[in-house]
Design a protein around this ligand. Structure first.
Ligand SMILES: [Zn+2]
Length: 282
Protein backbone atom coordinates (compact mmCIF):
# COMPACT_ATOMS: atom_id res chain seq x y z
CA UNK A 1 0.00 0.00 0.00
CA UNK A 2 1.51 3.27 -1.02
CA UNK A 3 1.47 6.30 1.14
CA UNK A 4 0.88 9.10 -1.32
CA UNK A 5 3.67 11.59 -0.93
CA UNK A 6 2.10 14.68 0.51
CA UNK A 7 4.89 17.00 1.41
CA UNK A 8 4.26 19.42 4.19
CA UNK A 9 4.87 22.78 2.53
CA UNK A 10 7.44 25.01 4.18
CA UNK A 11 5.71 27.60 6.26
CA UNK A 12 7.02 31.09 6.41
CA UNK A 13 6.24 32.45 9.85
CA UNK A 14 5.92 36.00 8.66
CA UNK A 15 3.84 35.50 5.52
CA UNK A 16 0.77 34.39 7.36
CA UNK A 17 0.46 31.59 4.76
CA UNK A 18 -1.56 28.71 6.09
CA UNK A 19 -0.76 25.45 4.32
CA UNK A 20 -3.62 23.16 3.40
CA UNK A 21 -2.44 20.08 5.25
CA UNK A 22 -4.11 17.00 3.89
CA UNK A 23 -4.09 13.73 5.81
CA UNK A 24 -1.86 10.97 4.53
CA UNK A 25 -3.90 8.74 2.27
CA UNK A 26 -3.48 5.22 1.00
CA UNK A 27 -4.23 4.75 -2.64
CA UNK A 28 -5.12 2.13 -5.13
CA UNK A 29 -4.56 3.28 -8.64
CA UNK A 30 -7.09 2.50 -11.34
CA UNK A 31 -6.14 3.22 -14.92
CA UNK A 32 -8.88 3.01 -17.53
CA UNK A 33 -7.75 1.85 -20.95
CA UNK A 34 -10.39 2.81 -23.53
CA UNK A 35 -10.66 0.19 -26.27
CA UNK A 36 -12.56 2.30 -28.72
CA UNK A 37 -11.29 1.08 -32.10
CA UNK A 38 -14.37 -1.16 -32.29
CA UNK A 39 -17.90 0.14 -32.06
CA UNK A 40 -18.62 -0.82 -28.49
CA UNK A 41 -16.63 1.74 -26.45
CA UNK A 42 -15.25 -0.87 -24.06
CA UNK A 43 -13.03 -0.14 -21.08
CA UNK A 44 -10.28 -2.31 -19.67
CA UNK A 45 -9.09 -1.31 -16.19
CA UNK A 46 -5.65 -1.78 -14.73
CA UNK A 47 -5.83 -2.02 -10.93
CA UNK A 48 -2.53 -1.28 -9.22
CA UNK A 49 -1.63 -1.60 -5.55
CA UNK A 50 0.79 1.28 -5.33
CA UNK A 51 2.86 -0.21 -2.50
CA UNK A 52 3.64 -3.66 -3.89
CA UNK A 53 3.01 -2.67 -7.56
CA UNK A 54 0.95 -5.84 -7.81
CA UNK A 55 -1.57 -5.40 -10.56
CA UNK A 56 -4.41 -7.17 -12.35
CA UNK A 57 -6.32 -6.13 -15.44
CA UNK A 58 -10.10 -6.20 -15.82
CA UNK A 59 -11.53 -7.27 -19.22
CA UNK A 60 -8.48 -6.70 -21.49
CA UNK A 61 -10.56 -7.61 -24.53
CA UNK A 62 -8.52 -5.92 -27.24
CA UNK A 63 -4.82 -6.75 -26.80
CA UNK A 64 -3.52 -4.31 -29.49
CA UNK A 65 -4.70 -1.46 -27.28
CA UNK A 66 -3.96 -3.08 -23.92
CA UNK A 67 -0.56 -4.75 -24.37
CA UNK A 68 1.43 -1.57 -25.14
CA UNK A 69 0.10 0.00 -21.92
CA UNK A 70 0.98 -3.10 -19.90
CA UNK A 71 4.45 -3.39 -21.47
CA UNK A 72 5.16 0.25 -20.74
CA UNK A 73 4.22 -0.14 -17.05
CA UNK A 74 6.23 -3.35 -16.78
CA UNK A 75 9.37 -1.98 -18.43
CA UNK A 76 9.30 1.13 -16.23
CA UNK A 77 8.96 -1.04 -13.11
CA UNK A 78 5.48 0.33 -12.47
CA UNK A 79 3.65 -2.96 -12.08
CA UNK A 80 4.03 -6.63 -11.23
CA UNK A 81 1.47 -8.22 -13.50
CA UNK A 82 -0.56 -10.73 -11.51
CA UNK A 83 -3.33 -11.76 -13.89
CA UNK A 84 -6.67 -11.14 -15.53
CA UNK A 85 -10.12 -10.48 -14.07
CA UNK A 86 -13.23 -10.92 -16.24
CA UNK A 87 -16.71 -9.57 -15.56
CA UNK A 88 -18.37 -12.10 -17.93
CA UNK A 89 -17.70 -14.34 -20.89
CA UNK A 90 -18.62 -12.11 -23.86
CA UNK A 91 -15.86 -11.65 -26.43
CA UNK A 92 -15.66 -7.90 -25.92
CA UNK A 93 -14.65 -8.60 -22.29
CA UNK A 94 -12.95 -12.01 -22.16
CA UNK A 95 -11.92 -12.21 -25.83
CA UNK A 96 -8.37 -10.97 -25.19
CA UNK A 97 -7.47 -13.63 -22.63
CA UNK A 98 -5.86 -15.97 -25.14
CA UNK A 99 -3.44 -13.38 -26.52
CA UNK A 100 -2.63 -11.96 -23.10
CA UNK A 101 -1.80 -15.44 -21.83
CA UNK A 102 0.62 -15.82 -24.75
CA UNK A 103 2.49 -12.81 -23.38
CA UNK A 104 2.05 -13.77 -19.72
CA UNK A 105 1.87 -17.58 -19.68
CA UNK A 106 0.45 -19.22 -16.58
CA UNK A 107 -1.28 -16.05 -15.33
CA UNK A 108 -4.46 -16.64 -13.36
CA UNK A 109 -7.76 -15.72 -15.01
CA UNK A 110 -10.40 -14.89 -12.41
CA UNK A 111 -13.88 -14.77 -13.91
CA UNK A 112 -17.28 -16.29 -14.52
CA UNK A 113 -17.50 -19.98 -15.37
CA UNK A 114 -17.92 -19.42 -19.13
CA UNK A 115 -14.99 -17.03 -19.60
CA UNK A 116 -12.27 -18.20 -21.99
CA UNK A 117 -9.28 -19.78 -20.19
CA UNK A 118 -10.76 -19.06 -16.74
CA UNK A 119 -8.69 -20.61 -13.95
CA UNK A 120 -10.76 -19.52 -10.95
CA UNK A 121 -14.42 -18.63 -10.53
CA UNK A 122 -14.83 -16.97 -7.15
CA UNK A 123 -17.99 -17.77 -5.17
CA UNK A 124 -20.48 -15.00 -4.35
CA UNK A 125 -19.07 -12.65 -1.70
CA UNK A 126 -15.69 -14.43 -1.58
CA UNK A 127 -12.61 -12.20 -1.51
CA UNK A 128 -9.13 -12.09 -2.99
CA UNK A 129 -6.33 -9.56 -2.89
CA UNK A 130 -4.15 -7.50 -5.18
CA UNK A 131 -1.46 -6.45 -2.73
CA UNK A 132 -3.37 -4.65 0.01
CA UNK A 133 -6.48 -4.11 -2.14
CA UNK A 134 -9.32 -6.45 -1.21
CA UNK A 135 -11.74 -7.47 -3.96
CA UNK A 136 -15.10 -9.06 -3.28
CA UNK A 137 -16.80 -11.04 -6.06
CA UNK A 138 -20.48 -10.20 -6.37
CA UNK A 139 -22.47 -12.59 -8.54
CA UNK A 140 -24.96 -10.61 -10.62
CA UNK A 141 -26.46 -13.03 -13.17
CA UNK A 142 -28.75 -11.58 -15.85
CA UNK A 143 -26.83 -10.02 -18.77
CA UNK A 144 -25.03 -13.39 -18.70
CA UNK A 145 -25.41 -16.11 -16.11
CA UNK A 146 -21.70 -15.84 -15.32
CA UNK A 147 -21.70 -12.06 -14.70
CA UNK A 148 -19.62 -11.05 -11.70
CA UNK A 149 -19.04 -7.53 -10.37
CA UNK A 150 -15.92 -6.86 -8.31
CA UNK A 151 -15.98 -4.53 -5.32
CA UNK A 152 -12.48 -3.23 -4.53
CA UNK A 153 -11.52 -1.59 -1.25
CA UNK A 154 -8.24 -0.01 -0.20
CA UNK A 155 -8.39 2.01 3.00
CA UNK A 156 -11.24 4.44 2.46
CA UNK A 157 -11.16 4.09 -1.34
CA UNK A 158 -13.99 2.05 -2.82
CA UNK A 159 -14.60 1.05 -6.43
CA UNK A 160 -16.82 -1.43 -8.22
CA UNK A 161 -16.18 -2.95 -11.65
CA UNK A 162 -19.60 -3.69 -13.05
CA UNK A 163 -18.99 -5.12 -16.55
CA UNK A 164 -22.25 -5.13 -18.51
CA UNK A 165 -24.49 -5.35 -15.43
CA UNK A 166 -24.51 -1.68 -14.35
CA UNK A 167 -23.58 1.19 -16.64
CA UNK A 168 -23.58 4.84 -15.65
CA UNK A 169 -27.31 5.66 -15.92
CA UNK A 170 -28.13 2.28 -17.45
CA UNK A 171 -27.87 -1.50 -17.31
CA UNK A 172 -26.96 -4.35 -19.65
CA UNK A 173 -29.37 -6.25 -21.83
CA UNK A 174 -30.97 -9.37 -20.36
CA UNK A 175 -29.29 -11.84 -22.73
CA UNK A 176 -29.24 -14.84 -20.39
CA UNK A 177 -31.51 -13.68 -17.60
CA UNK A 178 -34.68 -11.81 -16.70
CA UNK A 179 -35.97 -8.65 -15.04
CA UNK A 180 -36.16 -10.33 -11.64
CA UNK A 181 -32.45 -11.10 -11.77
CA UNK A 182 -31.49 -7.59 -12.94
CA UNK A 183 -33.62 -6.06 -10.19
CA UNK A 184 -31.76 -8.19 -7.65
CA UNK A 185 -28.36 -7.38 -9.20
CA UNK A 186 -28.88 -3.61 -9.25
CA UNK A 187 -31.26 -2.94 -6.42
CA UNK A 188 -30.18 -5.53 -3.86
CA UNK A 189 -26.57 -6.55 -4.52
CA UNK A 190 -25.02 -3.35 -5.94
CA UNK A 191 -27.35 -0.97 -4.09
CA UNK A 192 -26.08 -2.47 -0.83
CA UNK A 193 -22.55 -1.15 -1.48
CA UNK A 194 -21.55 2.08 0.27
CA UNK A 195 -22.96 5.13 -1.54
CA UNK A 196 -19.45 6.56 -2.08
CA UNK A 197 -18.30 3.53 -4.15
CA UNK A 198 -17.08 4.69 -7.56
CA UNK A 199 -18.54 2.89 -10.57
CA UNK A 200 -16.28 1.52 -13.33
CA UNK A 201 -18.55 0.05 -16.04
CA UNK A 202 -17.61 -2.16 -18.99
CA UNK A 203 -18.68 0.36 -21.64
CA UNK A 204 -18.98 4.10 -22.15
CA UNK A 205 -22.70 4.22 -22.94
CA UNK A 206 -23.67 7.13 -20.71
CA UNK A 207 -24.68 9.57 -23.45
CA UNK A 208 -27.29 7.26 -24.93
CA UNK A 209 -28.36 6.00 -21.50
CA UNK A 210 -29.09 9.48 -20.23
CA UNK A 211 -31.03 10.39 -23.38
CA UNK A 212 -33.32 7.47 -22.61
CA UNK A 213 -33.33 8.30 -18.88
CA UNK A 214 -34.43 11.83 -19.62
CA UNK A 215 -37.34 10.58 -21.72
CA UNK A 216 -38.64 8.73 -18.66
CA UNK A 217 -37.56 10.92 -15.73
CA UNK A 218 -36.60 14.53 -16.36
CA UNK A 219 -35.35 15.10 -12.80
CA UNK A 220 -32.57 17.37 -11.54
CA UNK A 221 -29.98 14.54 -11.14
CA UNK A 222 -30.81 13.32 -14.65
CA UNK A 223 -30.42 16.83 -16.07
CA UNK A 224 -27.12 17.23 -14.20
CA UNK A 225 -25.67 14.06 -15.70
CA UNK A 226 -26.98 15.04 -19.12
CA UNK A 227 -25.16 18.38 -18.82
CA UNK A 228 -21.98 16.55 -17.72
CA UNK A 229 -22.19 14.40 -20.85
CA UNK A 230 -22.41 17.48 -23.07
CA UNK A 231 -18.96 18.48 -21.80
CA UNK A 232 -17.31 15.09 -21.23
CA UNK A 233 -16.87 11.99 -23.36
CA UNK A 234 -15.84 9.77 -20.47
CA UNK A 235 -17.77 9.03 -17.29
CA UNK A 236 -15.95 5.98 -15.85
CA UNK A 237 -15.04 6.38 -12.18
CA UNK A 238 -16.71 9.80 -12.08
CA UNK A 239 -19.96 8.68 -10.45
CA UNK A 240 -20.84 6.60 -7.42
CA UNK A 241 -23.44 4.04 -6.38
CA UNK A 242 -25.15 6.92 -4.53
CA UNK A 243 -25.28 8.91 -7.80
CA UNK A 244 -26.72 5.90 -9.65
CA UNK A 245 -29.54 5.67 -7.11
CA UNK A 246 -30.44 9.23 -8.17
CA UNK A 247 -29.84 9.36 -11.92
CA UNK A 248 -30.20 5.73 -13.07
CA UNK A 249 -33.84 4.98 -13.89
CA UNK A 250 -33.18 1.23 -13.51
CA UNK A 251 -32.33 1.89 -9.85
CA UNK A 252 -35.44 3.98 -9.17
CA UNK A 253 -38.18 1.42 -9.74
CA UNK A 254 -40.37 2.86 -6.99
CA UNK A 255 -40.23 6.39 -8.41
CA UNK A 256 -43.85 7.44 -9.15
CA UNK A 257 -42.82 9.18 -12.41
CA UNK A 258 -41.14 5.99 -13.65
CA UNK A 259 -44.06 3.86 -12.54
CA UNK A 260 -46.36 6.15 -14.49
CA UNK A 261 -44.14 6.04 -17.60
CA UNK A 262 -44.07 2.23 -17.53
CA UNK A 263 -47.68 1.76 -16.41
CA UNK A 264 -46.43 -0.74 -13.79
CA UNK A 265 -45.88 -0.68 -10.03
CA UNK A 266 -44.37 -4.08 -9.25
CA UNK A 267 -40.56 -3.54 -9.29
CA UNK A 268 -39.85 -6.55 -11.50
CA UNK A 269 -42.51 -5.46 -13.99
CA UNK A 270 -41.19 -1.87 -13.96
CA UNK A 271 -37.69 -3.24 -14.66
CA UNK A 272 -38.95 -5.45 -17.52
CA UNK A 273 -40.90 -2.60 -19.11
CA UNK A 274 -38.01 -0.10 -18.76
CA UNK A 275 -35.60 -2.50 -20.46
CA UNK A 276 -38.09 -3.08 -23.26
CA UNK A 277 -38.57 0.67 -23.70
CA UNK A 278 -34.78 1.21 -23.76
CA UNK A 279 -34.34 -1.56 -26.35
CA UNK A 280 -36.82 0.23 -28.64
CA UNK A 281 -35.61 3.76 -27.88
CA UNK A 282 -34.22 5.64 -30.87
ZN1 LIG B 1 -21.62 -8.37 -22.47
Amino acid sequence: MVIASLLRPAVSRCSGFKPNLKPLVRKMHIEAIPMWTGSHNNYAYLIIDEKTKDSMIVDPAHPPEVLPVLQQHISSGGINFKGIINTHHHGDHAGGNKDLLKQFPGSPVVGGKDCAHVTKTPTHKSTFNIGSITLTALHTPCHTQDSICYYAVDGDQKAVFTGDTLFVAGCGRFFEGNAKEMNKALNEVLAALPDDTKVYPGHEYTKSNIRFGKSVLDSEPVQKLSAFCEENDRTEGKFTIGDEKNHNVFMRLDDPTIQKATGKTDPVEVMAKLREMKNNFK
